[in-house]
Design a protein around this ligand. Structure first.
Ligand code: BES
Ligand code: ZN
Ligand code: ZN
Length: 468
């Protein structure tokens, strides 16, 4: 965690101690004129200097009569009583200058949303560039269980963002494994790793993609919880760098490819939330960790490779490597018949073309499971969009020399056909959800730093128990 949580958030049990630092008073936009009329002439005179009319989502900083910093007013048109208000609180945090704050009236606020929005806005990636301590904003909130949950979520999301932001020279398969190992130690989980000859024998597609790299490919397998509880298996694409392989990417498409382990970062983030909460599940996290590199022994376009499932795959494009590493991990996941399999992957550029960087497509064979997660996503302001596993496009993956191709020979419906490819490796009756996440925020927004972006994870966490 780049910024220590207790530097940005303090929970106070005694309400007399609440009033540390500057107060922020929330004023509903439609009650602004009445509120203004009740202020002192000194304060009204300060507000008269501001451009009128005062718009919603504006911060007004008042100066006290002795010249010191006075209270802050936040004019708002949003409902801050619900969990979905998280980004509004992040916006407030973004607007105030560095310092220590409290809300003058917390009685109607969703304290967990306030804490999470505040913490996410304070996130900075400081591995290579130190954070200026003078930029930290600290909020005091009354103690509440939702605040504790928010702290866990913020820690989990910071972990995921850090993993994505760390470049491939410091976040290869070795370091991804080390991170999973640390998480396993922290939560008393078990970790095993398959590599070398065993990987080649048992997970031939993961091996085929990763074999060209200096750092060996592997499958990371973490398990946690009581064996008798419903089995939840998370699978995350862990391509630590995607050059495209021999079908090499052009420069501007390769620039961001350190983020191609964004699915692995997302499932580790989700696993952190699940384990920290003590959810009654038997959790398994599978991460095929590889680099899609180029060298003399790289897999080639036209190669036919085997998979754990026994389906042969003609390689139409070495840049469609994510589905190859995932298909072996998904096969393993399905072998123990879990209650649910959830995979997350930065799988296609087409998902971003279809829905943009902020709205991850979710694929499910069962509409009602997708509906549960969409609803959960709305509740926590972590939106998702349900896309079809349109069977009519399945034949576009046909191969004349193997059981399937890894790509279609047209450029249509790229995210759907990638999902259809994965579906070939999971039994039809299995409850399986697939997320084609972007894993990156191209720009800074309140609560969302430019860079690694953990999406869909809070939605899944919220809806998971309804699905199993
Ligand atoms: N890692 C990429 C997908 C990606 C690209 C995600 C850009 C987010 C942003 C993936 O391995 C890939 O290259 N997919 C190809 C598939 C194509 C060759 C069928 C793509 O999407 O172009
Ligand atoms: Zn690729
Ligand atoms: Zn990739």
């Amino acid at each position: 965690m780049p910024i220590e949580i207790d530097q940005c958030l303090r929970q106070i049990s005694n309400s007399n101690d609440m009033e540390t630092g500057r107060g922020i008073t929330l004023v509903a936009h439609d009650q602004w004129s009445d509120y203004l009329a009740g202020l002192s002439a000194f304060q009204q005179a300060q507000i008269a200097q501001k451009p009128t009319p005062i718009k919603a989502n504006t911060l007004i900083e008042l100066t006290a009569e002795d010249g010191r910093a006075g209270p802050c007013l936040w004019v708002c048109d949003q409902n801050l009583t619900k969990e979905e208000a998280v980004w509004s609180f992040a916006q407030i945090c973004a607007a105030v200058p560095a310092g220590t704050y409290h809300f003058t009236d917390t009685s109607a606020l969703h304290l967990g949303a306030a804490a999470l929005g505040w913490l996410l806005e304070n996130y900075q990636f400081d591995r290579y560039k130190k954070v200026d301590a003078n930029t930290i904003k600290c909020l005091t909130l009354p103690q509440d269980p939702t605040v504790d949950e928010a702290i866990t979520a913020a820690e989990a999301i910071a972990l995921g963002r850090d993993l994505i932001n760390t470049p491939a020279n410091d976040m290869g398969p070795d370091q991804l494994e080390a991170t999973a190992r640390e998480l396993a130690t922290q939560f008393n989980a078990t970790l095993s790793v398959t590599m070398g000859a065993n990987l080649e024998k048992d997970f031939p597609a993961i091996h085929a993609v990763g074999k060209a790299a200096d750092i060996p490919p592997r499958l990371i397998d973490l398990t946690w919880g009581d064996d008798t509880a419903p089995k939840v298996t998370l699978v995350g694409k862990g391509v630590c760098f995607d050059t495209g392989g021999l079908n090499i990417k052009v420069a501007n498409y390769m620039t961001l490819m350190k983020k191609d382990m964004g699915g692995a970062a997302s499932v580790l983030s989700l696993a952190h939330m699940i384990m920290a909460s003590g959810m009654k599940v038997r959790l398994r996290v599978l991460i095929p960790a590889v680099e899609n590199a180029i060298s003399g022994n790289a897999f080639r376009p036209g190669d036919v490779i085997n998979t754990r499932k026994g389906l042969t795959v003609e390689i139409g494009n070495t840049d469609a490597e994510g589905r190859l590493v995932l298909c072996d991990a998904l096969t393993l996941a399905d072998e123990e018949n879990p209650a649910i399999i959830i995979d997350m992957a930065t799988l296609t550029g087409a998902a971003r073309v279809a829905l943009g960087p902020d709205l991850p497509p979710i694929y499910s064979r069962f509409d009602k499971d997708a509906a549960v997660l969409l609803e959960a996503g709305t509740q926590v302001a972590d939106p998702l969009w349900h896309m079809p596993l349109w069977q009519g496009y399945m034949e576009n993956l046909d191969s004349s020399v193997a059981d399937t191709n890894n790509v279609t020979d047209d450029a249509f419906a790229g995210s759907i056909t990638a999902a259809l490819y994965l579906s070939k490796f999971i039994r039809p009756e299995t409850k399986w959800l697939h997320f084609d996440v972007f894993g990156w925020s191209p720009k800074k927004r309140p609560g969302i730093a430019k860079g690694g972006h953990i999406m869909a994870v809070r939605a899944i966490y919220k809806g998971l128990e309804k699905l199993i």
